[in-house]
Design a protein around this ligand. Structure first.
Ligand code: ASP
Ligand code: MG
Length: 421
């Protein structure tokens, strides 16, 4: 058994679907679970739809029309026979969303989000499955909500691993079809409401299926040749990481590398399932391999940029130490407000922390602490993490830059750089 995961970029149009089908078809010897994200930018479009729905804005119907015509357009390109059942199927799938947006929102924002946003994955998988049918590639469409059981923390649902493992094994062990097509990103609560696992959560879904089925391997198909050592947006020359360990992958994801969802690695590591990241544009190429081998982790330095950071410094107004109790109060606040710490440093009477710059959350924080602490900021900062650095790399990086904060361990150097004009 193998698990393939196709992201939104790989199925953003009819050509993408055809290409994904070709990759699936060429995988002949194993049973295959195919996990698919929403097509192209559909999830963002659905988030727009939700905003209009919650605001009771009549443009909500136009927005739904746009999402419909995008999907029907792809189907028109894929299926010459307009009597193909997929057209009716899509129609039915959209009806549920129509009902939801016609009515007043009934639950919290999170609840409404999860009931609406998972539509993207239902559509993409129905289209891919129908296309495979048309090509006479035997497959079955599986509703991930029947097998991925979660709690009801909407938008960030936590997986009930025991129940999910049981349900997935029950469902998949007796399938007569060699290929199953299912959705990433979604699951369902014990009350049978749709839940979502967090943005970009389809990689994690692939890991859930792989772990539950003890798969031989997982392949994440992407529009890049594999895991790169830097984001091509920031660096002219990038290198593919041939083989890194689970630990290295987790570290890179933690520091902000965006190639795989951070939660993906743990379930695979626990079962020692290798993960490949490969290019859907060049499926025969080797891609990157993530497994237990750590001997090549240091082969090339990796660079991770986080832009639009805010460095916040707290100093106590009465010259008191910022001790453990005070730190724990401050951290409690971060967690209530939903701010996650990207890096931090403290001294006797001051404490410095860097977040993604989310204005409203930062304002909330400032209000909550201003009585006890003097708070200063540096906005538009960049946090750069370098794994397996050399002195030369750091010298080059810091030339003409103002360093606001720096930390080094043996393998990792991190710098918060000011916005220098
Ligand atoms: N479609 C979802 C998103 O865009 C899940 C995913 O792509 O992994 O966040
Ligand atoms: Mg997506």
């Amino acid at each position: 058994m193998k698990v393939f995961k196709f992201g939104g970029a790989s199925v953003k149009d009819a050509e993408g679907v055809k290409n994904a089908a070709k990759i699936i078809e060429s995988q002949l010897d194993d049973k295959l679970v195919v996990v698919v994200s929403a097509m192209g930018k559909t999830t963002n479009a659905l988030e727009g739809l939700l905003r209009l729905h919650l605001g009771r804005n009549v443009e909500v119907f136009q927005q739904l029309e746009a999402i419909k015509s995008f999907h029907f357009g792809i189907c028109n390109d894929l299926f010459e026979n307009k009597k193909n059942p997929i057209f009716q199927e899509l129609h039915n799938t959209f009806v549920e969303a129509e009902w939801q947006i016609e009515d007043e929102p009934i639950g919290t924002r999170g609840f409404e989000y999860d009931q609406l946003i998972g539509l993207g994955e239902l559509l993409s998988t129905k289209i891919l499955s129908a296309y495979l049918d048309m090509k006479e590639v035997e497959n079955i469409w599986v509703d991930a909500r029947d097998v991925v059981r979660t709690d009801n923390t909407y938008q960030a649902a936590k997986v009930d691993w025991d129940e999910t493992g049981r349900l997935i094994q029950d469902k998949f062990s007796n399938l007569s079809e060699r290929i199953a097509v299912t959705q990433g990103f979604i699951g369902s609560s014990s009350e049978n409401f749709t839940t979502t696992l967090g943005r970009e959560g389809s990689d994690f879904s692939a890991a859930i299926f792989a772990s539950s089925l003890n798969a031989k391997e997982v392949v994440i198909w992407k529009d890049v040749e594999g895991m790169l050592n830097a984001d091509p947006k920031h660096y002219e020359s990038t290198v593919k990481l041939e083989n890194i360990s689970y630990k290295e992958a987790v570290e890179l994801a933690y520091y902000g590398a965006s190639v795989i969802h951070p939660k993906t690695v743990k379930p695979l590591e626990n079962r020692q399932i290798p993960l490949f990241v490969k290019s859907f544009k060049d499926p025969a190429a080797s891609g990157s391999l993530i497994n237990k081998n750590s001997s090549r982790d240091g082969d090339v330095p990796s660079y991770i940029h986080k832009e639009n950071q805010i460095l916040v410094s707290f100093s106590s107004r009465d010259f008191d130490f910022i001790d453990e109790r005070k730190l724990s109060e401050i951290f409690e606040l971060f967690s209530i407000i939903g701010l996650s710490v990207n890096i931090l440093q403290n001294s006797a009477i001051s404490f410095t922390v860097v977040f993604d710059n989310d204005r409203s959350k930062i304002d909330e924080l400032r209000k909550a602490v201003s009585e006890k602490y003097k708070v200063t900021y540096n906005e538009r900062a960049t946090l750069i993490t370098i794994r397996h650095f050399t002195d030369q790399i750091i010298n080059d990086l810091l030339k003409d830059r103002t360093v606001l904060l720096e930390q080094r361990t043996r393998s990792t150097a991190r710098f918060v750089l000011a916005y220098d004009i």
